[in-house]
Design a protein around this ligand. Sequence first.
Ligand SMILES: [Zn+2]
Length: 285
Amino acid sequence: MTEPVVLPDFDSFGGQALKGLEAPEEATAATQALLSEDRNSGEPVINAPGESHLTLERGICREGTWYREAEVKELTGADEEAIAAVGSSSYKIFDTLLLRGVRTVGNEAMNRTLAAELLIGDRELLVMAIRRATFGNDLEFDGLPCANCEELVDLTVPLDAIPATRLQDPEQIEFPVPLRRGATATVRLPTGDDQAAVLTIKDGNAAKQDSELLDRCVLRVQDASGTVTRRPPATSLSMSDRKTILQFLAETQPGPRYGDFSFVHETCGKEVSLPISLAILFRGM
Ligand SMILES: [Zn+2]
């Protein structure tokens, strides 16, 4: 049987890396213990018809019309082999999941260009839908040690219990971000393409990754006197403004917040953090 912990955390590609503010959180020891134990539960649930369709948050725009409907499919053994074959590159694993698990977005068949064009949040929604189509809607945890009282907890987490962020206006492409000294940045939200570019910076320099993201997503900055600088180099922005913009991008990006899931343990009454990783989502693979 394949070891379950072959897929990296979401934290290592996307969410946390692009937030650029916090160190990536390791999966909790409890989660690791759970993943390494034998799995005798979590039998795939028979999916109700229609579970392969979803509505994206932004979708794609073609000749002025927005398309948000998407269709995914249940992953097969061939898909599992293909995903295992891409190695340990987290972005490639994620990309392969999308390319093999998504049938269509709008009227277009999934392809690399389309995958790169999608907002990060839409990509994560699609991966959640692939998970649902393949293993069902519920994440089953048996014997999960409570991080507070250490009692073993059996827990069923429906995928839609994972907190998610919505766009106020899905068709809004540019967003104003107030900066210091009366300046305003105009930004766009990161896509799969941006994510790939950020993750090619491999020397572990988070500041360089932040700069790459800002170089791509900051369209212009207007200072208090009204002077507009188009495409300002990220290195020319103040540390404070960089942080403000990165925080805005992270908070505004729609989609599931896998790292923010928590549950209240009835026995001890405490809220217990349980970050959901890609390895947990696809632990049947
Ligand atoms: Zn507890």
